[in-house]
Design a protein around this ligand. Structure first.
Ligand code: NAP
Length: 475
């Protein structure tokens, strides 16, 4: 291990634990070892569940939970630079984007603290029916129980925050399994949570083989909710395997955007160039399919391509870099194959489509057939397609023509057209005159169709992580 690499331990029952076996964390940019963490298995996952169970026997009042969450937000702000460097080192995320992620993670905790302070049930209007008259009823929001959280590599801090912060706000203890490629940010956050005064057992972090730890979370009845963010097949399989738990899925997308001829084309081009290629397109809502009204196609691509070509490709540690590496060589090779396949079916590469050193250049393709992988599957890389359309209905049909439904966007100056698109696009969220890659952490965020079955954002995640308990009083 290089001398600059960090070593972090697992957190189980308030103890920092080693297992005798290690997972080495490699930089996706140059393969350097940037850290190592102990490798856990089923035994440690069960110990983590024991610890979570005993923590929940002594509930923390909402004001204490909120104060801890606020302190974590303050610590994240204080240590934002370390947080961003950790994200960048293990995920290969350019520092610019890593800094945004670190600051968003602090917001996620702040929002969760706000929600913890106002977590309340409803009064039921009992005299609205003859059966209820003469009674008073209200609901309490009870924590659902232990939350099993499984997070992906691409937002190794903020997507962990989106599981841990609402769970703690709701009064649930957590057993977290972060992505094996990026466990350091999760353990960094765990250190801040302990420093913020989170008592033992409320957060437990175990890193290790996904199937082994995943099996424990699926099979152990003490886990009442699994919160999973990751790829489509793994997510839906987990849900199938745990029919008696809540299994909340935040999965992939093949993000479409419609650009009408009456849009501010320069603004659209600027926003889309930034959001198709940030973090090399490895965001679940990275812009992938751009549909442009035919009369504006030449003008839009004329504005868009120079912006794409101006993006700085290189070392993610460099503060000027816009586009860094893909998480693995096999992902890079997969995308090169998809480009080759689309070309063989008639698509044209307008820019990129090849490597610079080991890095895939930002790639824009035209004339991609509708059934090419780049048009219908999630690329999860620095690639987008541009396609002309003639009518808004045609554009909406094209945008809807995938199995995904996370977020979509429309650029237009016609309010009626924007609202029509917002109604007709089959997605969990629609942005107007903003790239659909946009997310603020208090928003309800999640998908329909194959993209998922829930909404994150602390207020919405807390609804999922609590049960309503009805109390009826005879007056
Ligand atoms: P992934 O391969 O599905 O991994 C996600 C997590 O699942 C990792 O912690 C992984 O562990 C774990 N896992 C793998 N196999 C498992 C199993 N059999 N049982 C339980 N857990 C298992 O996804 P990824 O490559 O990290 O992330 C990219 C995907 O996430 C993309 O599809 C992207 O669109 C999606 N995503 C969605 C959102 C959203 O909010 N909708 C946000 C970000 C990313 P290991 O790392 O140990 O394999």
């Amino acid at each position: 291990m290089a001398t600059t690499a960090v070593e972090r331990k697992l957190l189980v029952g308030g103890e920092w634990v080693e297992t005798g076996d290690w997972i080495e964390v490699e930089s996706p940019y140059d393969g350097a070892i940037v850290g190592r963490v102990p490798k856990a298995g089923a035994a440690e996952a069960r110990q983590a569940l024991d610890a979570a169970e005993s923590a929940m026997r002594e509930p923390l009042p909402a004001y204490e939970r909120a104060a801890i969450l606020d302190r974590v937000a303050a610590l994240l702000t204080e240590h934002a630079d370390d947080a961003a460097r950790t994200i960048s080192a293990e995920a290969g995320k350019p520092m610019k984007a890593a800094r945004v992620e670190a600051s968003r993670a602090a917001s996620t905790f702040t929002m969760a603290a706000v929600e913890a302070r106002k977590l309340a049930g409803d009064v039921v209007p009992m005299d609205a029916s003859p059966a209820g008259a003469g009674k008073l009823a209200f609901t309490l929001r009870q924590p659902i129980g232990i939350v099993g959280a499984i997070s992906p590599f691409n937002f190794p801090l903020n997507l962990v925050a989106h599981k841990v912060a609402p769970a703690l706000a709701a009064g649930c203890a957590v057993v977290l399994k972060p992505a094996s490629q990026t466990p350091l940010s999760a353990l960094f956050l765990a250190e801040l949570e302990t420093e913020a005064g989170l008592p033992a057992g409320w957060l437990n972090v175990v890193c290790g083989p996904a199937s082994e730890i995943g099996d424990v979370l699926v099979e152990d009845e003490r886990v009442k909710l699994i919160s999973f963010t990751g790829s489509v097949p793994i997510g839906w399989k987990l849900r199938e395997r745990a029919p008696r738990k809540r299994v909340n899925l935040e999965l992939g997308n093949a993000t479409p955007v419609i650009v009408a001829a009456d849009a501010d084309l320069a603004d659209a081009a600027t926003r889309l160039a930034a959001n198709a290629f940030s973090f090399a397109g490895q965001s679940c809502i990275s812009v992938q399919r751009i549909y442009i009204e035919r009369s504006a196609y030449e003008e839009f691509t004329g504005l868009f391509l120079p912006l794409v070509e101006a993006l700085k490709v290189g070392d993610p540690a460099d503060e000027e870099t816009d586009v860094g590496p893909l998480i693995s060589g096999s992902d890079r090779d997969r995308i090169l194959d998809w480009i080759g396949e689309a070309k063989s079916e008639g698509a044209k590469v307008l820019t990129g489509g090849k490597l610079e050193g080991e890095l895939l250049l930002p790639t824009v393709m035209a004339e991609a057939p509708r059934d090419a992988k780049v048009s219908r599957e999630e690329v999860f890389g620095p690639l987008c397609t541009v396609t002309p359309f003639d009518t808004l209905d045609e554009a909406i049909a094209l945008a809807n023509s995938t199995r995904f439904g996370l977020q979509a966007g429309v650029f237009t100056s016609d309010v009626k057209a924007a609202l029509r698109a917002a109604h007709a696009l089959e997605f969990g969220g629609v942005t107007v005159n903003e790239a659909p890659t946009f997310r603020a952490d208090q928003m309800p965020y999640g998908g329909v169709k194959d993209s998922g079955n829930t909404r994150e954002g602390p207020a919405y995640a807390i609804r999922e992580m609590t049960e309503e308990r009805l109390v009826v009083l005879q007056l």
